[in-house]
Design a protein around this ligand. Structure first.
Ligand SMILES: C[S@@+](CC[C@H](N)C(=O)[O-])C[C@H]1O[C@@H](n2cnc3c(N)ncnc32)[C@H](O)[C@@H]1O
Length: 236
């Protein structure tokens, strides 16, 4: 794909101090991380391992407390990884999500939140995620659909509205948004049948957040998967 930015990771190094700011540009990622955790089962043995692909500053970490996993993270942003180790990640590695530095079938759960829409071949990442997932393990991914409405919501509105929690302009490139059928097909070819759910912010929470009467917005499930969506499935 021509014209795709290659300096994207430095943005996350620059933003590393803002991962945990509830009114900062990455705040909505924390809301989504909270929703993602509901799809992670409690570990069924005492050496269970969870890998969070492109873990960023570790926003998922606190939501895994009590689930019984040793939590691993990979990301290319070194400064973000440093934050992750302060927030519930037991081990992190600086690595490309398309080439995970782990042996086959070495994790009980693999998650990839809000990262597939940042790479040119998200389906290869899903294949790689399934490779490191053990049979019977759970894959959880969430990303943005390749639809016009997603482009309107996630770029035109979200990146331009003068509101707290607004991602920096240029965070998203609509050409990288992820086709739902291709995603499910890629996972299925690796033995994972994904069930898809839509997610959106709870409207009243959103208004209270804007009015500074709440610090966090709940995400709720929707039937439409046309903007933000999550897929979950077990490996055969
Ligand atoms: C929108 S953030 C999501 C972070 C985290 N998953 C979350 O939901 O809070 C995208 C993350 O993907 C990372 N990233 C982008 N391209 C990557 C790649 N090729 N390999 C590993 N990490 C990558 C960025 O550094 C950033 O931390």
């Amino acid at each position: 794909m021509s014209g795709i930015r290659s300096d994207f990771i430095s943005d996350y190094d620059d933003l590393a101090d803002t991962w945990w700011d509830p009114r900062g540009p990455l705040a909505p990622l924390g809301w989504i991380a909270r929703a993602r955790a509901d799809f992670v089962p409690v570990a069924d043995h005492d050496r269970a391992r969870l890998l969070d692909i492109a873990c960023g500053g570790g926003l998922f970490g606190p939501h895994l407390t009590g689930k019984g996993y040793r939590v691993f993270g990979v990301d290319l942003s070194a400064l973000s990884l440093r934050e992750a180790t302060r927030h519930g990640f037991d081990a992190v590695a600086r690595a490309d999500m398309a080439r995970l530095p782990f042996v086959d079938e070495s994790f009980d759960v693999v998650t990839a939140g809000q990262c597939l829409e940042h790479v040119p071949d998200p389906f290869a990442v899903v294949t790689e995620a399934c490779r490191v997932l053990r049979p019977g393990g759970t894959l959880v991914v969430d990303t943005i659909a390749d639809t016009r409405v997603a482009r309107l919501v996630a770029i035109t509105l979200a990146e331009n509205a003068p509101l707290p929690g607004r991602p920096p302009r240029g965070t998203h490139d609509h050409r990288l948004f992820v086709n739902r059928e291709r995603l499910t097909r890629a996972a299925r070819s690796q033995g994972v049948e994904l069930r898809l759910f839509g997610l959106r912010p709870h409207l009243r929470d959103g208004l209270r957040y804007l009015a500074r009467r709440r610090e966090r917005v709940r995400m709720i499930r929707t039937r439409s998967t046309g903007v933000l969506y999550l897929g979950v499935g077990e490996k055969w």
